[in-house]
Design a protein around this ligand. Sequence first.
Ligand code: GLY
Length: 379
Amino acid sequence: MTYSLNNENKAWLDEVWNKLQAKMSAEVDRVGDRIPYIPVDGKYREDKSETDIYWWTNGFWPGMLWQMFHATGVEKYRTAAEGVELRLDKAFEGYDGLHHDVGFMWLHSAVANYRLTGNERARARGMHAANLLAGRYNPRGKFIRAWNDDCIGWTIVDCMMNIPLLYWASEQTKDPRFTYIAKDHADTTLTNTLRSDGSCNHIVILKPENGDFVEAPGGQGYEPGSSWSRGQSWALYGFALSYNHTQEGRYLDAAKRIAHYFIANVSGTDFVPLADFRAPAEPVVWDTTAGVCAACGLLEIANAVGELEKPLYLNAAVNILRATDRRFCNWNSDEDSIVAGGTGSYHGRNGDFEVPIIYGDYFFIEAVLRLRGQDFLIW
Ligand code: GLY
């Protein structure tokens, strides 16, 4: 897909791509096949393959590496990504540690590998992950259970980004069961999670025996009923992806409704999102990761709509990316991480508050490569 950019945006894109290549080349030399998450003093010190192999973000570093390999052909990205994929095998051994986030973990590692290289072992890993995700489906409630322990009827909006693993599994096996599950879950999310104004709940608890709505407690946003911005971006991009895989118009309609709500909110803060669009005015809490994820979703919507509608989504995506670059990107190749200002959760103070977080870098790279027509669909 190519996008029509004016000369100023083209020049910015060329410049940012040059900086990305320098930064990622230095970073892969330092990090290799360890699994980074959040840097401390400009360095990735923690290796999640040692501290938490089940952590939901463990696929984003290999996702960055596969995107870079696809765009540049430079072998060291592929070598490091293959190394991470091997490390992730340890997570398959401990069933109880895995949640619905197997999509985030294996779409960006094994499935990306299979898509680009045809590696059969990688395909098997992807299918194993897809079967784990399908195994979380509740056929009476018609939803995929998010978390373990006593969260039996819990669904979360993030899962919209995990279900592309199921679309991939159906495509691979020619067995529609995986897609049936993905669509049931997307439809349950449409009914219970998406609100009429285009905002979304984060968590929705349903009765496991019949899927009836129980409650929508607060999650990673400010409070119940508020509007956690990364949750909005998961929904925006997730529904756009469900449209891509199914061509069912209700998913594109949902993605557009969420996008209009997102654009309206982000345009009030110079195109960098607050961590929650319905938090009190003070303190100001940013979450750049919501912006860069939404930018990818907006570009996905731009691909799906007609010529006259495209600029709305394209321009919003470019505005978000340029504002993020101007205000939050670190292009010093001696330091790890790119996009600062990411917030794990509004009330969280666990070292993930307005800091660079690995998925912010992933979505920034994907968005830049989308604009250059050099990405591949990892979802
Ligand atoms: N639970 C995934 C996220 O923090 O967005």
